[in-house]
Ligand binder design. Structure first.
Ligand SMILES: [Zn+2]
Length: 167
């Protein structure tokens, strides 16, 4: 990240079991997800929302901070529960997003922006193979939309914390 770019404009990338890269700059205009990919997203979001109904899972929002406040307090601005907030996030087709062309990248989120790009096949294949992991990935990205940056904490640390809280 160059010094002129604020953390809030950083792109955080969730790689499948690898460290995330954090290049900057926006992506091209989004397209609609295919039905196949959209249904993988729906399943993962439904499962993640179910987990987020649980107070223990919600406590992951207290584990991370943005700008000196917890993510739970960042969420309070939306006046909604974590699960309902998740349901408000648009999941957009990221197939033309340059970061989706990297190996193992399944989801791309700009820190602090309520929008998640889906790297179509990478995500739907993951969801079919390991639905629980796909749910953790969705919760991981939700944390980025609330302002959580990356490196630090590393992508792996974030996902591990989600898995510890949201089993
Ligand atoms: Zn991340």
């Amino acid at each position: 990240m160059s010094p002129g770019i604020r953390a809030s404009r950083t792109l955080a990338v969730l790689a499948l079991g690898t460290l995330a890269a954090t290049p900057a700059s926006g992506g091209p205009a989004p397209l609609k997800l295919t039905r196949w990919d959209a249904s993988a997203v729906e399943r993962a979001v439904a499962g993640a929302a179910r987990r987020l109904e649980d107070a223990r899972c919600q406590s992951v929002l207290d584990d991370f901070e943005t700008g000196g406040r917890t993510l739970r307090s960042a969420l309070a601005e939306w006046g909604t529960t974590p699960a309902d907030y998740l349901r408000l996030i648009p999941f957009l087709d990221g197939s033309r997003h340059p970061l989706c062309r990297k190996d193992n990248v399944a989801l791309v989120t700009e820190v602090g922006v309520r929008r998640i790009f889906v790297c179509g096949r990478a995500f739907s294949a993951q969801q079919l193979r390991q639905p629980g992991v796909a749910e953790s990935m969705v919760i991981h990205e939700l944390l980025h939309t609330l302002g959580l940056g990356e490196n630090p904490p590393s992508s792996i640390e974030i996902t591990q914390r989600v898995e510890a809280r949201c089993r």
